[in-house]
Design a binder for this molecule. Structure first.
Ligand code: BG6
Length: 498
């Protein structure tokens, strides 16, 4: 048994369409290599890189070995690399040309490739329809619920708005059954994201207070320090922070932290509960002092480029590299609780976290202080905050007030914490390892269903429309985004930037 506690026994072919892209080098191959090293894959597996560029199997293997040396989180000794690379081959073709698939089909027919097949579409949304049509026309898609099986993994962004997501779903469902489609959102594969549900529903302590009576507001932040490295400028300029991060990763986090308990852990139960949240979720109405939305774009500082100076970015671009939104959930549990989402590139620190801030006690009996050594300042009441730290320093932290040892009755904010590295010192598995393994064994729980993907776009559509009418506010690299973002916060709420 592998150390991942799961092993794929069936022979399988993993075809990566768009195999020469950055995702293959940085994420897909390293994840497959770890699965191989951890003995989670059967011996009888093949990985086929499918793309237009002029490689052959030999040069593709060398390229991938180099990528693994650079990006693998597990040891890349020559013997293991060679053994793994023997499973790799390259198939050259134009993904949008239906005739390009015939040679691939022949390799399945003559038994060169194991018959169960997973097609990983690591391509832009505009190519997906052509790719699936090509697979179907070549007879590469087997019927649903049959052996050998066919599964298709679709990368985000899933379309670019509601209309295109619907069209994409129709195109996919024309050729495939929903059970064969795996829409990937790698955040769902993160160990700490999965822990949100475990933490909420395996402890009796927190669930009774997870509601509008006790929760003041929720903040979900995904901040990054990177800009347009790895030649992402062209993609990102067309996409922007809302389509890249909010509509998928941030909304998924929001669903997990606010959904009702599912009636089981299988895909249908969890997805049904997430859908109920998405149906009740909307951009909060703006007030005169408080807009519901703020967009930003990073400027340069002499050392790093402004977004508009990045490679393959329009010098006049109005694409947002920062987005902050105030949302609300119109249901019994959460009505009236502001939910703030925030994400951006070139911010002060790389961090992804969810902070659930509770209300303060009805009567403040104690003086609250913050101290550095023996020097203390009065701070006003500090509310309890429960923080799910998704990355880095993964863990769960609860901020509570405790009496500071002294003759005076004063309290100070302290942390009760659980950190993964303290309890389980081993590296956490990479999200793609978990998700690829799940797709290979046919478990779609951590993938997005067609109605979910459309509902996410429906929720974010008003914000996308507003974005087209507004120039993003500039912000300094290394900051927490434009100061205008403070205006979306209600009452005395402040961003958690510690
Ligand atoms: C990807 C986005 O989905 O997620 C990237 O396209 C972003 O722009 C990345 O950098 C962040 O992922 P993680 O796992 O580093 O938080």
């Amino acid at each position: 048994m592998s150390t991942l506690e799961v092993r794929i026994e069936e022979p399988v072919t993993f075809v990566i369409s768009g195999a020469t892209g950055d995702l293959t080098r940085r994420k897909l191959l390293p994840a497959l290599y770890t699965l191989f090293k951890e003995k989670a894959l059967t011996q009888n597996f093949s990985i086929v890189g499918f793309a237009r560029r002029d490689y052959d199997s030999q040069s593709f293997r060398s390229l991938m070995a180099e990528a693994l040396r650079e990006h693998s989180r597990v040891e890349t000794d020559d013997a293991s690399l060679n053994a793994f690379c023997e499973h790799l081959s390259y198939y050259r073709g134009d993904l949008s040309d239906p005739t390009a698939y015939a040679g691939l089909k022949a390799q399945f027919d003559d038994g060169t490739l194991p018959a169960n097949r997973l097609f990983y579409l690591s391509i832009t949304p505009d190519l997906i329809e052509a790719a699936v049509t090509g697979l179907r026309a070549a007879g590469l898609i087997t019927p649903p619920h049959s052996k050998p099986w066919t599964r298709v993994v679709v990368e985000k962004p899933f379309g670019s708005d509601l209309q295109s997501a619907r069209a994409l779903n129709c195109a996919l469902l024309d050729h495939l059954d929903e059970t064969q489609i795996y829409r990937i959102d790698h955040y769902l594969g993160k160990e700490t994201v999965q822990n949100i549900l475990s933490f909420r529903f395996s402890n009796i302590l927190f669930e009774p207070v997870f509601n509008r009576t006790y929760v003041d507001h929720i903040q979900i932040t995904a901040a990054e320090t990177v800009g347009m490295e790895s030649g992402r400028g062209a993609f990102y300029d067309k996409t922007g922070a809302q389509r890249d991060m909010v509509v998928n990763h941030l909304l998924q986090l929001l669903c997990l932290v606010t959904m009702e308990p599912p009636d089981g852990l299988e895909a249908r139960s969890i997805r049904n509960e997430k859908m109920k949240i998405l149906r009740a979720l909307r951009l909060a109405p703006e007030t005169r002092q408080h807009p519901a939305i703020c967009f930003g774009q990073y400027s340069g500082d002499g050392k790093t480029n402004a977004f508009r100076e990045e490679d393959r970015v329009d010098p006049q671009s109005n694409t947002e590299t920062f987005a902050a939104l105030r949302m609300e959930i119109n249901n019994w549990r959460w009505a009236g609780v502001p939910i703030y989402l925030r994400t951006g590139k070139r911010l002060a620190r790389k961090t992804t976290e969810i902070a659930v801030q509770f209300k303060t006690p009805p009567l403040s009996l104690f003086q609250h202080v913050a101290c550095k050594g023996d020097v203390c300042d009065l701070t006003g009441v500090k509310p309890n905050t429960l923080i799910f730290r998704i990355q880095p320093d993964e863990g769960i932290f609860l901020q509570v007030s405790a009496k500071r040892p002294s003759m005076q009755m004063v309290v100070e904010s302290v942390n009760m914490d659980f950190s993964y590295s303290g309890k389980w010192p081993k590296d956490l598995p990479e999200a793609y390892e978990r998700l690829l393994l799940d797709a290979l064994r046919g478990d779609s729980t951590l993938f997005t269903r067609s109605d979910e993907a459309e509902a996410e776009w429906e929720v974010i559509e008003p914000a996308l429309t507003i974005a087209t009418r507004h120039e993003p506010s500039p912000y300094a690299p290394g900051s927490w985004g434009p100061t205008e973002a403070d205006a979306i916060l209600l009452s005395s709420n402040v961003w958690k930037n510690e």
